[in-house]
Design a protein around this ligand. Sequence first.
Ligand code: ASP
Ligand code: MG
Length: 402
Amino acid sequence: MSLIVKKFGGSSVANAQRVFNVANIIIEDFKKGHDVITVVSAQGDTTDDLIDKALEINPDGASKREMDVLLSAGEQISISLLAMAIEKLGYPVISLLGWQAGFNTDSHHGFSRIKTLNTERLKNEIGKHKIVIVAGFQGINRYDDITTLGRGGSDTSAVAIAAAMKADLCQIYTDVDGVYSADPRKVDTAKKWDEITYDEMLELAALGAQVLNNRSVEMAKKYNVELEVLSSLERKPGTIVKENIKMEKTLIRGVAKDTNVTRISVIGLEDTPGVAFKLFNKLAQAKVNVDTILQSVGRDGTKDITFTVPSDQCKTAKEALESATNILTYKEISSNEKIAKVSIVGAGMESNPGVAAKMFEALYDAGININMISTSEIKISVLIDVDYADKAVKAVHDAFLG
Ligand code: ASP
Ligand code: MG
């Protein structure tokens, strides 16, 4: 007998028929004698719809505390409906809100971190041999106010329970059947992996391959919780995410693109010490997430610094720099939103030279110009014109995995 933690995303519980489908998946394992704790997200687009309702009331943005009260309601609906379905099918079940399940968080409304998970109630209900259904994405702070963990936070709720309860298995059910080497809707030769490492998953998620929430993978890595990503609509094995996997011959685990990228160039900066510090410090104070950075070689006493930011932070970044003219002198700032980042990820590239050259060759053959390049131990990224992003993904994918 094992303890299994399952998590179902919003699409898996979108309507009554799907709720019963999930109930049956849970009951199947319960009937085998396993203890099952299930975390669910809000049904379908509920969370987005709730956000729209809030904007109707206050287009300037409601307070974060009240947003948490509102958004947590989505999960309250889905846990009760799922519990009702299991009841109807004749099995013992109880639904619990985040606070009832012991989720204590900090007070960062809208993006709270779990501080502790008090497992007493969970253990109690499991002890009574009940199927436990827990509302994902939510907790309570030390003032007894409802908090939420940030969009997609239910994955993190599930991993936290699996870690704290020392579960034997943590299964994340979604509408795709695993982790692929590229978006299977766009690249027909995309491969599904049996296994992938936490680090590879983190890099792929950061690049927009949103199968799992990033925080959940970080937590799984920290507490060594093995995850399985699988489909709730088909009964077949998915992809296991864990620390070490048997290395296959493939160097590359995935090709991903991110189109939420804007390039900002600060032209004609003074070529003196401390300029990069002042510039990026200003951006850090404005909470801008800077990604790739390139500094030109100084010439005639001036230099240029180019960097990328998520497109929705471009305005903030420019304003921060424009308000810094007392400490920074430069000629002009320009920006380009029509940029995409295409990256390859693979733990295998660390020990294999020539991976970068192969990627650049594939882009050259496809006639695609590279603007900027950045690398990390297990990732190589290029910035290109956004119109070529899909073509680039396909060309690079074919070169390594075609
Ligand atoms: N319902 C929340 C959201 O849509 C949490 C989740 O889906 O994990 O972001
Ligand atoms: Mg959702």
